[in-house]
Design a binder for this molecule. Structure first.
Ligand SMILES: Nc1nc2c(ncn2[C@@H]2O[C@H](COP(=O)(O)OP(=O)(O)OP(=O)(O)O)[C@@H](O)[C@H]2O)c(=O)[nH]1
Ligand SMILES: [Mg+2]
Length: 470
């Protein structure tokens, strides 16, 4: 943390502008060695003010050759990305020129930064918490407008403040407990524990809400999973290619063409989808096909939406349908699996004259139905619209403004576990000291989310996902 780091912050290759970043106590000093406001000789940059843009030139300190014409922005600590002294240099973006400037910087005592080290410093210097650091990667990797929206709000500290609030509540609770421990005679244990239970229940409810929000919103980051399935040769791969608008899957008149599931990402109206084309499901002795069909079934189980395909001249049967798309047997009151196994009944090849169109049985009348021709590109736009409408309707995107990631979810689950232990302890009249241990542990678990109590392993793991220069 005491040394000065540097890196090229923009992607390699040719481009309009490339940015090089220097951060640390020697940042200003190092830049003054090779930057000059005059174009005829390197003379240092004299007096410069923080947060101003300086036009100038970079010279090689070795042979005084001009390297590039640049803009330089000095930012004094703590008002910078890392909360340290930072210099950003905007040069022309070419691999050689950026590398030459970086070499200059390194030759004056800076060290090449590790992936994510700038953001790590921002975290270690207390400018941002761990959830905000993670949001930086989410912003960079956002695959849809909605994912970006949530990442940006996390970057502003929305999740951080929710977790802080929760921690505050538990710390308050702990202080009540500790009063009880310190002055057991002054406090009526029953009255206090009722008050405490209220606080505990609030905290538990909030944690469980966050966990649910993670589960609900996973699709935003990873995409809504759609599986195309049906008998061999109905046109699954043709539909896949139409939806993607590219020749991704092999299409032939031979039944059993597709074996391995073929997966591809697709963005429709800002919503990310992952579409999978699968092997035709039917009775077969062919070993390769059997494995393909097993994989198809796995994908159906894991997907959010199934496109069940049939063609003219075939009949819809409940038995065949339920074999391909197993009914949701957990249809009790839990809303957990509501979206899983949404189905659209797709009748393909409507351009064919021969054969009646299959119709849904009485039991499955509620399933949305659409007629298309993947060959002639008929009905594909309508199908896309149906997919989008179903997705938007089922997933109320405005509902949750904070979306914990998997790491946060695991920490929240630990918190819930410990809070339950505390509740049980209270119910069983255990000593306050014992309950206090559970509460302290739950506070620590919450602290791993924002970073107060995160181990070095967690930090390394998070920052290793960053690119160099971020
Ligand atoms: N007439 C007509 N033929 C189609 C249509 N869609 C696909 N086909 C044809 O049906 C045949 C099978 O198409 P695929 O897309 O390979 O079917 P599949 O369901 O992926 O088949 P498998 O991978 O073998 O299970 C090909 O000859 C396609 O050209 C359509 O809308 N109309
Ligand atoms: Mg196929």
């Amino acid at each position: 943390m005491n040394d000065t780091i540097a890196a090229i912050a923009t992607p390699y290759g040719s481009g309009g502008i490339g940015v090089i970043r220097i951060s640390g106590p020697k940042a200003f000093d190092i830049a003054s060695k090779f930057f000059s406001k005059k174009n005829y000789r390197p003379e240092g940059y004299g007096n410069i003010e923080s947060h101003k843009v300086y036009h100038g030139y970079i010279f090689s300190t070795e042979n005084k050759d001009l390297i590039d014409e640049v803009l330089l922005i000095p930012m004094k600590a703590p008002s910078s990305y890392t909360a340290e002294d930072v210099v950003e240099i905007q040069a022309h973006s070419g691999t050689i020129v950026l590398r030459a400037i970086l070499d200059e910087i390194l030759s004056h005592g800076a060290r090449l930064s590790e992936p994510g080290e700038f953001t790590k410093r921002a975290f270690l210097n207390g400018r941002i918490d761990l959830t905000q650091a993670e949001a930086v990667v989410d912003i960079i990797n956002a695959k849809s407008v909605s994912a970006l929206k949530f990442a940006a709000s996390q970057n502003l500290g929305k999740l951080k403040s929710s977790i802080y609030d929760l921690r505050e509540k538990l710390i308050h609770f702990l202080s009540l407990l500790e009063v009880n421990i310190d002055f057991p005679d002054d406090v009526d244990p029953l009255a206090l524990s009722q008050k405490e239970m209220g606080l505990l229940d609030d905290a538990l409810e909030k944690c469980q809400e966050f966990i649910q929000q993670h589960d609900d919103a996973c699709f935003l980051k990873e995409g809504i999973r759609i599986t195309i399935c049906g008998a061999p040769n109905v046109g699954k791969s043709s539909l896949m290619n139409r939806l993607l608008n590219q020749d991704r899957s092999i299409v032939t008149p031979v039944p059993g063409t597709t074996r391995d599931p073929i997966e591809e990402g697709l963005n429709m109206e800002g919503i990310p989808f992952v579409i999978t084309d699968t092997a035709g499901i039917h009775q077969t002795d062919d070993l390769v096909e059997i494995i393909g069909i097993e994989k198809a079934r796995d994908h159906i189980t894991d997907s959010d939406l199934v496109l069940f395909m049939k063609e003219p001249g075939t009949l819809f049967s409940d038995k065949e349908f339920e074999k391909v798309v197993p009914p949701n047997n957990q249809s009790d009151n839990s809303s957990e699996n509501e979206f899983i196994k949404k189905v659209i009944f797709v009748i393909n090849k409507i351009d064919l004259e021969e054969g009646n169109l299959p119709t849904l049985s009485e039991k499955y009348q509620h399933i949305p139905k659409i007629e298309i021709s993947a060959l002639l590109n008929t009905g594909i736009e309508e199908l896309k619209q149906k997919i989008i409408n179903i997705s938007i309707a089922e997933l109320d995107m405005e509902k949750s403004s904070v979306i914990p990631n998997l790491r946060h979810k695991k920490a929240l689950e630990q918190t819930v576990e410990r809070l339950f232990a505390a509740k049980t302890g209270i119910a069983q009249n255990l000593a306050e000291e014992m309950i206090a241990i559970d509460i302290k542990n739950s506070i620590d678990s919450l602290g791993t989310i924002t970073g107060e109590t995160a181990s070095l392993d967690i930090l390394d793991n998070i920052f290793s996902n960053f690119c160099i220069g971020k």
